[in-house]
Design a binder for this molecule. Structure first.
Ligand SMILES: [Zn+2]
Length: 278
């Protein structure tokens, strides 16, 4: 079993999981035909499905703890053959208390990234991380709160908007330092404000992808765009630039949707770029 923790300089990164979601490859990547998958069978789970981890990352650095993304949470969601709601127990099993979290950074406002932002307690909604400031990309706030009246975006009303009313949420825009070790890196396209997170410490760096990429195969096929990308061309461009940057900077490449724990390095073999798990 690969370790669920790793280090970048003096920063410790802990991989956490809320569960997993299964997708049909043809639903998830509608523009990729079935024949392509035959040559990439190693990317698929038994039954020919895409099995996606619902990962979050805690980063201990400089005496503070940040959490990147908060899973699907305990609510109802439209996914078959999937399991979620495990983040709280996973954090407990890895010795991280919710009151320890100083900052919660949300890469984008899809439902599988905000689910443990709040919980219902004594008939009201309260932050699940009581001592945290929450950071959300402004372009996603603008887009998703506009749709919050629709039933499929009810989660925005429960998991995102109350935090603004409580004064616990800050909007981020552009490349922006959030703590001394964490910087928001805009990688738009999956959603308008989609943001990856750069972690730096003692001359080393890691990048938490968010949904700039969902499967390791996109390290090579940066043009593979999932149905969920709101602007596929912009997403392709962001993904290509991000992978080029990570390759150039020898970044640790950290993904919540790649196979857990989601820590890997980029390598070249016969001209193809691969993500290799640590
Ligand atoms: Zn996602």
């Amino acid at each position: 079993m690969p370790s669920h923790t790793t280090k970048i300089g003096d920063a410790e990164i802990v991989s956490l999981s809320d569960g997993h979601i299964h997708f049909q490859p043809s639903d998830f990547f509608p523009s990729i035909d079935a024949g392509e998958w035959e040559t990439h069978a190693d990317q698929l789970a038994p039954g020919g499905l895409i099995r996606m981890n619902i990962g979050s990352f805690a980063v201990h650095a400089g005496g503070k703890t940040a959490l990147i993304d908060t899973g699907l949470g305990e609510g109802d969601h439209p996914f078959d053959n999937s399991e979620w709601g495990l983040l709280a127990s996973d954090m407990a099993s890895k010795g991280i208390g919710r009151e320890e979290i100083d900052a919660v950074i949300i890469t984008h406002l899809h439902r599988d990234h905000v689910g443990w932002n709040t919980i219902s307690e004594a008939g009201g909604i309260v932050p699940y991380f009581p001592n945290a400031r929450y950071y959300v990309p402004k372009a996603d706030w603008d887009t998703f709160t506009r749709r919050a009246g629709m039933s499929m975006f009810a989660y925005i009303r429960e998991q995102v908007m109350p935090l603004m009313e409580m004064g616990a949420l800050e909007l981020i825009e552009g490349e922006q330092a959030i703590t001394g070790h964490l910087t928001a890196l805009p990688t738009p396209g999956h959603t308008p404000g989609h943001t990856s997170v750069l972690i730096t410490s003692a001359g080393e760096n890691a990048i938490v992808l968010g949904d700039a990429s969902h499967l390791p195969i996109q390290a090579h096929h940066t043009d593979w765009s999932p149905r969920a990308d709101t602007n596929p061309n912009l997403s392709r461009q962001s993904r290509a630039e991000l992978f080029d940057r990570m390759e150039r900077d020898h970044s640790l490449v950290v993904s919540g949707h790649y196979p857990a724990p989601g820590f890997g390095r980029l390598a070249r073999l016969e001209g193809r770029r691969y993500w290799r798990a640590l």
